[in-house]
Write a protein that binds this ligand. Structure first.
Ligand code: AMP
Length: 290
């Protein structure tokens, strides 16, 4: 596996490489876990060479303490990627990604409104801005994103439509045995609160079960999710249902085609997010799951 520590070197490599193989990009902020590695595995399909970016993008953090706490371990990540069969990994500094004049923030579009967009001001503008840069440097045929960050996938799809490339592929959420969505932040959950953290998964499963049993009252579903999160001592930022086929900042008032429960909650000072389609089967759990 080839490693570059600046995006221009990565760009030159991609330019030469794409003559021989289609390229698949997996953007990450590092501290890799099985969720990221699943993206890498799926990206290898159809003869694609897999490029992984590792960059803790300061533009998408609205909380300086969160940015500083974010785990960084490039060498360990590179070893995992090599074992997984990635072809190239690259990183760089903010100056290298955005230019010395600093970034020109992109408008992340209507999918950025509501929920994450409302609770993390500027977050999706930061995401759209860095992902455009990553696409610019690598010009991939395909790019892979996790459903774990559901609203982000909608923002990225809009970006790719505007740019005219690449094909965006969304990969299901990889979970721990008790349902907790894998996240680079999970290592920061206090050990005595670890069981409480899986209340997020249980609340989503509760909403899924209720929907399948015919409860489509969005205020009631939201209340049920709040109650179950509060019972485990989580501080709820939002616990809502939206239509994945027709995103709206507020609760939809017309018929919903692809109902999806979405939650952001805090456990101590740690913020976790998760989501689940309410109509499809429960997401896969890793081995030993209940
Ligand atoms: P991050 O490093 O957190 O920015 O994540 C990089 C990519 O990995 C994003 O597309 C995430 O949605 C995806 N990802 C993060 N956690 C998971 C997970 N548990 N399952 C699947 N994909 C994930």
């Amino acid at each position: 596996m080839i490693c570059f520590d600046n995006p221009e070197a990565a760009q030159a490599w991609c330019k030469a490489s794409r003559q021989k193989h289609p390229l698949a990009l997996v953007p990450t902020m590092g501290a890799l876990h099985q969720g990221h590695l699943r993206l890498v595995r799926e990206a290898q399909a159809d003869g694609h060479h897999v490029i992984v970016s590792i960059f803790v993008n300061p533009l998408q953090f609205d909380d300086l303490a969160d940015l500083e706490r974010y785990p960084r371990r490039f060498d360990q990540d590179a070893a995992l990627l090599e074992a997984e069969g990635a072809t190239m990994v690259f990183t760089g500094s903010a100056g290298q990604f955005f230019g010395n004049g600093g970034p020109t923030l992109r408008d992340p579009g209507p999918a950025a409104e509501g929920l994450e967009g409302e609770h993390r001001l500027g977050h999706f503008a930061g995401v759209a801005t860095i992902v455009e840069r990553l696409f610019h440097f690598t010009r991939p045929n395909r790019a892979f994103f996790g459903e774990k960050d559901y609203q982000q996938t909608l923002v990225i799809r809009e970006l790719a439509t505007q740019l005219g490339y690449p094909t965006i592929i969304t990969v299901p959420t990889v979970r721990e045995a008790d349902g907790l969505a894998m996240s680079s932040r999970n290592a920061q959950i206090p050990i005595d609160r670890r069981d409480d953290a899986s209340a997020i998964y249980r609340a989503l499963i509760g909403a899924q079960t209720a929907w399948r049993n015919g409860n489509t009252d969005l205020a009631d579903l939201s209340q049920q999710m709040h109650d179950s999160l509060n019972a485990s001592g989580l501080m709820v930022e939002y616990a809502e249902v939206r239509d994945g086929a027709n995103w709206s900042a507020k609760r939809p008032t017309s018929a919903i085609r692809e109902p999806r429960g979405l939650i952001a909650a805090q456990i101590g000072n740690l913020r976790l997010i998760d989501n689940m389609a309410l109509l499809s089967p429960p997401s896969e759990l890793s081995e030993g799951s209940p």
